[in-house]
Each structure stands twice: as C-alpha cells, then as structure tokens.
Design a protein around this ligand. Structure first.
Ligand code: GLN
Ligand code: ZN
Length: 775
C-alpha cells in the first residue's frame, strides 16, 4: 500500500518564510537570501516526509505567496497592468509575482494588487486569477519542473502537485462581459500540455492534479470540460501516472464523472465524507487506484486509528492492497507544522496535547496506519494502536470538556434570545437621537497598526521581560495617542485600536474557557500572514468581562463616541480548530451566549456603539448549495443571540470582508445589525450591487480603500467609489470607512489614507448640502 501526501506547510515551523519575505519586501535582504530560505524549507519538508516513510512526496506545494498565483504566473495569466513591471527591465520574475499579489508602487508606477479571496471553506486566501475574453496563455515560469529537479538533486523523486486546469479556471473571475471562463480551457490546455512535456521529459512518475471543484456543484459545461481535459492529457501522456485529488467535500453527484476520468488514481476526502467510500466501490474502474484521505488535514485532532482502520480495511478488502493509497484528507497547509515544538510547561496544554497531531505527526499517522493494516503487525505497532485507542478514550471522558451549566443554558435558549425589541426603522430613530452623527459618518474597522514595537511589548510580557503594569502603561499610551489622532483628523466614531490584542480570535479565546493555545501552531492565512488558531476543546463559557476595561478607558479619554469591538461567534468558531465530538452549531451557540454577556457588559459601561465582527460568516458556507440553508440558519441565529441583548438605542455594527454577498444577502439582512461595514474596494464597489438590488434596509459602510495593500489612495479616488456607492445606496444609509482593520499597515500610510478618507466624506457632505439647496 502506497502512502501519499497532498502538500506540506511551506511557512517553515518557525515561520521562516514569513520573515524572509517581509525582509525582502522591505529591502532589508536580498533575493538570494530569500531563495536560500525557501530552498531550506523545501529540503527540510521533503526529507522529513521521506524519513517518515511517505512514498508519494509532493513538490511544487511550496509557494512564496500562493499556489493559485503561482499557477497564474506559470501559465502567463498576467493582467496587462503588470506588463510595465516586466518592461521595466530591472525587475525580476519574483518582483512581478509580488506585484501581482501586493500591488506595486515604485519607479513612478502605481499598480493595484489582484483580488484575494478564501480558498474554498478554509481560512487560506488565494489570489484570484483575472480572465479576459479569448485570453491567450503561455508557459511563463518553470517553477514546477525546477522544484522537481531540486528534489532530485537531493535524491528524491517527488510527485509534482499542479492546480488542475478546470479548478484553476473556476477559481478565477471574468474581467469583462460576454464569456464564461471555462470557455478558455481550449487556450489553457496547450500550456498544461507543454508543462507536462517538461515533466515527462524528466521521467516524472506521478503527477497530482488538484481538482477540488469535483466536490462542488458543477454545470454540464464544466463536467464536459473535465472529461475533455483529462482524456486529452491521457492521450498525449500515456505513461504519466495521473492522480486527481478532490477534497473538502464528498463527490456526491460528480462521483461517476470523477471515476470516469482516464487517470491512474483519484483521491477522495474520507474525513469530510466517509460515507462516499461505499459509493466509490460501485463506480471505480478495475485498474484504478484509490487514494483515501483518512487523517484530517484541516484539524488538529489525533486520528482515531480504529475508525480509520475500518475505512482502510474495507477499501483493502474491496480493491486489494495494491490499489489503495493512504493519505491525509487534503494538503497539510491547513495544519500547524509540528506538535513537538509545544514544550512549554502549561498544565492545560500538557493535558490536551495527547489528543493532538500537527502536520509532521499526521504524516507519521498515515504511515503508521498503512502498517497497521498488516494482519501480522509486530508488537510495537500493536502498542501504538493501543496507545491511540487510550488517548482517544481519555478525550471522550475528560472532565475538562464537559460543563453542565453551559449545556443547560444553550439547551434552554428560545426565539426571544435572538430578537431585538424594536424593528430597525424604530431603532434608527432612537439611535440618531442618542448618537447625533453627521451624514456619511466616518469610522474605522477597529484595529490600528500593530507595529513591531507593540508586538514586542507582548512578547516581552509573555517572556517575563516586562511587568504587567509596564505593559498596561505602554498599551494605554498607544491607545491614548490613537484616540488623539482620530480626534485630530475628525473621524466621527472612534475605536480604541486593539493594541492589547494579538489576534481578533486568539484574544477572545484566551479569555474564554474551553479554549487552549499553542505557541507555534501557525497556519498560513494569506501571503506572509499566518494565524495561530485557538483550539476549542471543550464547552465554552465566559468567566468575566473581556473587553470592557479597554473600551471604557478609551471612552473616558474623549467626548466622541468610541465603538466597542468584539469578534462574533461564527468567526470565533470558523477561525479556531473546533472540537469534532459535537456538532459545530452547538459549539457556536455556546460562544454566542458568551459574547452576548460581553455585549451587555459593554452597554452597562456606557458604550453606545458595539461592533461584532463576523468576517468569516460567508466562508463558513458549506461548499454545496444544498447544505447552505441549514448552516445559515444556525450561523445567523448565533450572531443574533450575541447581538440582541441590548437596548434599542445601542447601535450594533458588524463587519465582513472578502465576501461576495449576492447569494446570501437575505441572511445578512436577517442578522439585523444596525450597521454593516464590508469589503468593497478591491472590487470597485461591485459587491454593493447585491445590497442595492436587495434594497438592503439597514445602514452600510462599503470600504472605500483597500487596507491589504500599502498603497495610499487619494481622496478623489475614494470620492469616486463613494459616488458609485451613492448611486445605489441612499445617503442616509451610507457610512465611510476603510475595508478592514488597519493592524497590518504602517502608521505612515494609515495616517495619510485616513486623512484622505475624512476629506472625502467632508467634501461629500458639502456637495450634498449644495445639491439639496440647489434643488
Ligand atoms: N476589528 C477587526 C480589526 O480591525 C476586524 C478584522 C477583520 O475583519 N478581519 O482588526
Ligand atoms: Zn475585515
């Protein structure tokens, strides 16, 4: 039985890649340096998998920023606005690549970045390919072959991982009307063929094509394209072993399609959808191999060997050992790197560590499972199995996990818990009376720059190099300065700046019971940005206020309104590793009640505007439409539970980013937040159309500039976007704000951009007054 891995984390177990990229971007290190770090990470990953005993080791799973962007560069899908970067001869391929990811402001050029969006239902973001009618592609980069060669020099024969052509096209976006991107397949396929020629010339044995779209809802055209592409590849490369990898969902109605593709192996995700195995047996052709994902690549729980072995044994029985390949469910880039780094002496972590497994451990789990299938397994293997059974049992029965009071409160929830007293129209009147805001009120999304200095204070505090009192003092000073700055530039609704927070989910997780934390459990979120998701291992509850102190402190500094800032229950759930021993909806409801208590305490402390961020509500959508209704029902309800415990005069905001709202606008309206701020600027207000078409009743702040790029837009540019917004949203409903929190930005650009933003709002107020008086 072969063992297989679909992809390994490329950030390095100490986030080496992040550091190297950021140094390169800031001009503090050379390209050579960056490449050296990258080579070292790849080498370590490959050797580690080889040592563990993985047979099919991936290559081209490395990326400096994103694997979809890699593919865009590889097939030459480079939007024309970047051609100047190429023409500007001084620049190398990598600078073009980073320009596409991050925008480019250099040598008099000022080019915006490509859009970014969530990778399926994960918290990984990819750079969205841009497509044009009749677009031509051409092999532009040799990365895939280069990485294969690099591994070969280390004595390894890897399995290149390539984003499949259909999935690549479907992940992209048409930038002009009049065509569907899938029609570009005829132009794209020849480039994939050239690519495969490079690989087959190197005697590559296996190639993995990632086609997770096979697990999504597909149109007839898309299905036909799948068949056409793989038949053609098969015809031209009869000797290349092709594995088509699907993950994140079951194949369902695409099952027959997937197994009719003329390839050597299909990979299926048996963690998400173990039920599909029986159906697979019905349709799998007699020569085809089956790669089964039985170790969860998306979560941190140790595999349950007994359960996995049931699936493996049934596959072996039906197909024979020769045809079964064992793997994690999906690429391990969604797992942290290495549990063995967690050596801190923390009682809680020590206790729950025995239930966990990260990428490095998961690779070993796959190999161990492949050995456990052997009926003549030796004693040490038998012991490993026994140990796994005991560890999983200890988790099921642990007193750390079960809190009766929490379970009872959630069970007793009624419909009233998710309703405000009055409807929005009536609340709006009360809120206007209480808040007295101008037309086009200006605000920000919450965080202000988390400078290296601010972050160093927290690091020092944790290391004991800074006393709690000194830390407190430093954060206070930063907060004061930020309040002063906001007053100075004339923002209407201020924020405290979130300097005390490392991360919008981790901060709350640290204060809530039922959460545990790692020291090194980093996972890539986008580009060089990594997150360290908390682990929800048990029933969740709040022992004491979590944010009241900072909100009140900030409010005490200014007569202006300060907005309280919380993370919503769905986002906390979505951005954590969630326990897999009860339904997610149940865990989410527990968090919702904890946030509800916090909202009530903020109100009591005199905070009149409270924002409950739910940037992740859309990414939580199940991949298949058939499952949406059920999810939206409990997710929206959880938000409402958290938001509905307040007076009608208290204004509840929510914030969402990187979302396409069209298909869930009804549910967003159902959340009934008084104000919603959304990401809109990268799509030039396109996202607003959904709100306009729907006649969205509540107030709305479409982001007027992109905070993901260091670029400072002019007030004119923002005015232009605001005019676009005004064309579809009534003035009385419009807010003016950036499109997300500012914590990843530097102060310099933040200051300039916000000054421009306030200027845009003020100019607009004057213009509207004139409009009215003329009328
Ligand atoms: N309040 C958060 C911040 O400003 C929101 C972040 C987000 O939407 N991801 O950082
Ligand atoms: Zn955001």
């Amino acid at each position: 039985m072969l063992t297989n891995n679909l992809g390994y984390p490329r950030i390095g177990s100490n986030r080496e890649l992040k550091k190297a990229c950021e140094q390169y971007w800031s001009g503090k290190s050379t390209l050579q340096n960056l490449e050296q770090v990258a080579r070292e990470i790849r080498k370590q990953n490959w050797l580690l998998q080889q040592e563990a005993g993985i047979d099919l080791i991936p290559s081209n799973d490395f990326s400096f920023y994103d694997q979809v962007l890699d593919m865009s560069l590889t097939v030459g899908a480079i939007p024309s606005r970047y051609h100047e970067v190429i023409l500007n001869g001084a620049h190398k391929e990598i600078d073009l690549y980073f320009a596409m990811a991050r925008g480019y402001q250099k040598d008099g050029l000022d080019i915006i970045a490509m859009e970014m969006t969530k990778w399926f239902d994960t918290n990984y973001h990819y750079i969205v390919p841009e497509f044009y009618k009749d677009q031509q592609f051409k092999l532009f980069s040799t990365k895939i072959a280069d990485e294969y060669e690099e591994a070969k020099r280390l004595g390894l024969f890897t399995k290149p991982v390539i984003l499949g052509p259909i999935t690549y096209l479907l992940l992209g976006k048409e930038k002009e009307a009049g065509f569907h991107r899938i029609s570009l397949i005829k132009n794209l396929l020849p480039v994939y063929i050239q690519l495969l020629q490079q690989l087959s010339a190197r005697n590559v044995e296996w190639v993995q094509f990632d086609e997770p779209f096979l697990a999504m809802d597909l149109t007839e055209d898309e299905k036909r394209a799948f068949l056409m592409v793989y038949k053609e590849i098969r015809r031209l490369f009869p000797n290349l072993k092709l594995m088509v990898a699907t993950y994140f969902e079951g194949l369902r109605d695409n099952l027959e399609l997937a197994f009719s593709l003329p390839v050597q192996a299909i990979h299926v995700d048996l963690v998400r959808c173990p039920e599909q195995l029986e159906a697979v047996f019905e349709v799998i052709p007699s020569q085809m191999k089956l790669s089964i994902g039985v170790v969860d690549g998306r979560n941190i729980w140790k595999a349950d060997y007994e359960q996995a072995l049931k699936l493996i044994n049934s596959a072996v029985e039906k197909l024979g050992e020769e045809r079964v390949i064992l793997a994690p469910s999906c690429s391990l880039i969604h797992s942290p790197c290495d549990l063995s780094l967690e050596t801190a002496n923390e009682p809680l972590m020590d206790e729950i560590k025995q239930w966990l497994s990260f990428a490095k451990q998961k690779v070993t789990e796959v190999v161990t499972l492949s050995k456990l299938v052997n009926p003549h397994k030796n004693e040490s293997l038998e012991a490993k199995l026994q140990q796994n059974i005991e560890e999983n049992n200890s988790r099921r029965s642990s007193v750390l996990i079960h809190q009766t009071a929490v379970q009872q409160r959630v069970a007793a929830a009624t419909a009233k818990d998710s309703l405000r007293n009055l409807p929005f129209d009536d609340r709006k009147v009360l809120q206007q009376q209480s808040l007295q805001l101008p037309l086009f009120p200006t605000t920000t999304i919450g965080s202000f720059p988390q400078t290296p200095e601010v972050r160093s204070w927290r690091t020092k505090l944790k290391k004991g190099l800074l006393s709690a009192a000194v830390y407190q003092d430093l954060i206070e000073k930063e907060t004061i300065a930020t309040i002063r700055f906001q007053e100075e530039i004339g923002l209407d609704v201020l924020v405290h700046g979130e300097f005390e927070r490392n991360d919008m989910v981790e901060y709350f997780g640290e204060k809530l019971d039922g959460f545990a934390f790692t020291k090194f459990g980093w996972v890539q979120s986008y580009g060089s940005r990594c997150v360290k998701p908390p682990i929800i291992f048990g029933d969740v509850y709040r022992q004491e206020p979590m944010t009241v102190k900072w909100a009140s402190f900030a409010q005490s500094l200014t007569p202006k309104l300060v907005k309280g800032m919380l993370t919503g229950p769905v986002t906390i759930l979505q951005w954590s590793f969630v326990r897999n021993d009860q339904p997610r909806a149940q865990t989410c409801k527990q968090i919702a009640f904890a946030i509800r208590d916090e909202v009530a305490d903020l109100e009591k402390a005199g905070i009149k505007i409270i924002q409950i961020d739910e940037p992740a509500i859309r990414e939580g959508l199940p991949l298949r439409k058939a499952d949406w209704e059920n999810y939206l029902q409990w997710a929206v309800n959880a938000f409402k539970i958290s938001a509905s415990g307040v007076q009608d005069s208290t204004q509840i905001h929510t914030h969402m980013c990187y979302s396409e709202f069209n298909d869930i606008i009804q549910h967003i309206a159902n959340m009934d937040a008084d104000v919603i701020t959304i990401e809109c600027s990268r799509s030039q207000m396109e996202l607003l159309d959904a709100f306009a078409a729907f006649n969205y009743p509540n107030e709305i702040g479409p982001g007027v500039y992109d905070i993901h790029s260091p670029r400072v837009p002019s007030s004119k540019e923002m005015m232009f976007l605001l005019e676009k917004a005004r064309a579809v949203i009534p003035d009385a409903q419009l807010w003016v704000n950036p499109d997300c929190g500012l914590k990843t930005r530097h102060w310099e650009e933040t200051k300039s951009a916000l000054i421009e933003m306030v200027k845009a709002a003020k100019t607009l107020r004057v213009a509207v007054k004139t409009e009215i008086s003329i009328a």
